[in-house]
Design a protein around this ligand. Structure first.
Ligand code: ATP
Ligand code: MG
Length: 658
């Protein structure tokens, strides 16, 4: 989001927070065995840099120690672990083999059609070494950019680690993006190589990737070679001048490769934000600090025990969650994890729970959108599977409605597991605000507390911290190890977007509120705040009020311009399967429910019952399209929708008069 587009949020804004007094402290048994204790907060508060330095020593293997923990002499351009040297891939792979854990499973990979592969850490070491040798043979070296456009197959992680190993910079582009999205990212980064596949499986069918690459590469003069993994065996066009099969090139390489140490501040990757709010930004992350915070958060927020846990993050590697919590964090910690290629509901809605049962998954990390979809389908589906292996549940991507949180814990977590609501962004690189599962008494719907080592604040227009019970802007007041270093090729935009709103502090673009205990509640993007008769109301709060009604599975709320009130609240609601069609009076019932939960001012002007909601490919609700519907406008750009037909479903349903 650019500064000019941001709506102002005043001090009394967003103060309608739902009354939520449920609290879930960790069980004494969980707390007794947890990796993180309350002492971490004290240690970090006493000396933040010394705290990070100790973490860096304990969690990572360095070739050369740093001369300075943080160089902040030229803000907002940070350097962490200055002069330190390490190899990120060595930290994620080789050191576990050297420590005698080569036989430990690194990845249980599950293909959508039901095929599977198991890679131990020793296997991964051989595969990453071969791929690193192959990249070198293709002329890719330190600092070169490599675009990775792959489905969720092990080669995605192997390719990223192979780049890291030789100091090349990867730019992973989500496999569901168009040829044009790929082309513009290749151009922005001036990538030399694309790693792709013939295709991947999605809802039971092979879906092609290579044609989009061909189209993008035809218009990308920087590309020298295209390395193609065979996954679906579908027909592909082939250009001998640049196309190379992975199995021809990589498989014949030596499985030995000596990792070189790279500078702590060498660029590890570029990742373009999803573009929910404008032209995608190439977020640049570097090596030492990034790997440290990904590793530290993965170990402490999920309470990972690498010897016994089976961890599963359901994100795609094309998102930052896949980077930090499928590839770098878990592998640096020596975790055993599940990686799944396909959709949650293929061949039937219980697929995820079959995977949890099959691999005895103990830690699950997913998004509110998935949880709400499962709520809609009903609890019988997970109820038929054995989910007793689960012991920690995580959520990321959007604010989680308290009712979805409670459902997640009760139905998926058997009323036993801590739930961690983790707030962070592509830009932050790793989790920033989250409960610690063995320490925090969790409040459904709140991310609560900055992690030890992180300093965040909610402030008003003038930049002053708001008192408890008030809302405002979320800012990060001190630099953190995994912070973005800049926007690729655009330092000016980096400064303007993040560091200009509040001098010397990072502005995240999200609204938040501090409750009476000082816990932080995320209230969505600042530009999603509505103004109703001069009252500022957050879409998140009205959505959570709707989801707290037993007939509602999911909702999206927008402010539509209104002659009398400035903006009127328009809600789109998906009913739970168990609610049937909801009955004739459901709309009135829901309007009254919101009035009761928040106050009459928040009562929606209009409620539309819909079968689906428009979401981005990372599962976030696209409110801007719903605003178009609510204001009877022609729809804006639907390109980044996960399912472009959703908008037809919505307007068809509405014209039938529901
Ligand atoms: P763009 O910046 O291009 O619009 P994006 O913001 O959707 O894309 P991400 O970096 O993946 O891309 O998303 C980060 C945003 O997701 C946060 O700024 C916040 O709005 C939201 N978010 C993530 N986790 C949480 C959470 N636990 N609670 C509330 N909001 C969250
Ligand atoms: Mg963003």
């Amino acid at each position: 989001m650019d500064i000019e587009e941001q709506t102002n949020v005043t001090n009394d804004a967003l103060s309608n927070l739902l009354h939520e007094d449920r609290s879930f402290p960790p069980s004494p048994e969980f707390a007794a065995q947890a990796n993180a204790t309350a002492g971490l907060y004290e240690e970090a508060a006493a000396d933040r840099l010394a705290f990070w330095e100790r973490q860096a020593r304990e969690l990572l293997s360095w070739d050369t120690e740093w001369s300075q923990v943080l160089d902040w002499s030229n803000p907002p351009f940070a350097k962490w672990f200055v002069d330190g040297k390490l190899n990120v891939a060595y930290n994620c792979v080789d050191r576990h083999v050297e420590a005698g854990n080569g036989d430990r499973v690194a990845i249980h990979w599950e293909g959508e059609p039901g095929d599977s592969r198991t890679l131990t850490y020793a296997d991964l070491q051989r595969e990453v070494s071969r791929a690193a040798n192959a990249l070198t043979e293709l002329g890719v070296g330190h600092g070169d950019r490599v675009a990775i456009y792959l489905p969720m197959i092990p080669e995605a992680a192997i390719s990223m680690l192979a780049c890291a190993r030789i100091g090349a910079i990867h730019s992973v582009v989500f496999g569901g993006f168009s040829a044009e999205a790929l082309r513009s990212r290749i151009e922005d980064a001036q990538a030399k190589l694309v790693i792709t596949a013939d295709g991947g499986y999605r809802r039971g069918k092979p879906s092609a990737l290579k044609p989009a690459v061909d189209e993008a590469v035809a218009k990308s003069p920087s590309i020298e070679k295209v390395l193609v993994v065979r996954r679906t065996e579908q027909e592909v066009d082939w250009d001998e001048s640049h196309d190379v099969w992975w199995h021809d090139l990589v498989d014949r390489q030596s499985d030995q490769h000596t990792p070189e140490a790279h500078d702590s501040e060498d660029t590890l990757y570029i990742l373009y934000t999803s573009g929910t709010t404008g032209k995608p930004k190439g977020i640049k992350h570097t090596s030492g600090g990034y790997l440290l915070q990904a590793t530290y958060t993965h170990r402490n927020v999920f309470d990972l025990k690498p010897e016994t846990d089976v961890y599963w993050c359901t994100a795609d590697v094309g998102w930052v969650t896949g980077h930090s919590y499928i590839v770098y964090g878990p592998l640096a910690n020596g975790a055993t994890q599940v990686m799944y290629e396909g959709t949650p509901d293929f061949p039937e809605p219980g697929r995820w729970w079959d995977i949890v049962e099959k691999y005895k998954v103990s830690i699950l990390y997913t998004a509110p959108t998935a949880i709400r979809t499962f709520m809609k389908q009903g609890e019988e589906i997970p109820g038929r599977r054995d989910l007793s292996s689960l012991r920690v549940l995580g959520s990321v991507g959007e604010p989680i409605n308290p009712e979805a949180w409670v459902w997640y814990r009760r139905v998926i977590g058997g009323d036993r597991t801590p739930v961690v609501d983790t707030w962070w962004q592509t830009e932050t690189g790793a989790i920033m605000i989250s409960p610690l599962p063995g320490v925090t008494a969790a409040k459904p719907g709140s991310a609560q507390t900055p992690l030890p080592g992180i300093v965040a604040e909610v402030c008003d227009e003038a930049g002053d911290a708001v008192p408890n019970g008030h809302g405002g802007y979320l800012v990060l007041t001190e630099p953190w190890p995994s912070m973005l270093r800049t926007i690729w090729g655009d330092d000016e935009r980096f400064i303007d977007t993040y560091w200009s709103r509040f001098e010397g502090r990072y502005f995240a673009g999200d609204g938040a509120k501090k409750d009476d205990d000082g816990d932080i509640w995320l209230l969505g993007r600042v530009d999603d705040v509505m103004n109703v008769s001069g009252h500022r109301i957050s879409t998140t709060e009205v959505e959570s009020a709707l989801v707290s009604h037993p007939k509602v599975a999911e909702s999206a709320v927008v402010g539509a311009s209104d002659e009398t009130t400035g903006q009127g609240i328009v809600a789109f609601v998906i009913l739970r399967a168990s609610a049937g069609d909801g009955g004739a009076d459901v709309v009135q019932e829901l309007r009254n429910h919101v009035a009761k939960e928040i106050g009459p001012i928040a009562k929606p002007r209009q409620i539309m019952i819909v079968p689906e909601l428009p979401k981005t490919r990372s599962g976030k609700i696209m409110r801007r399209l719903l605003r178009d519907v609510a204001e009877n406008r022609e729809l804006g750009d639907v390109q980044t929708l996960a399912d472009p037909t959703v908008m037809n479903l919505i307007s068809d349903g509405l014209s039938k008069g529901s």
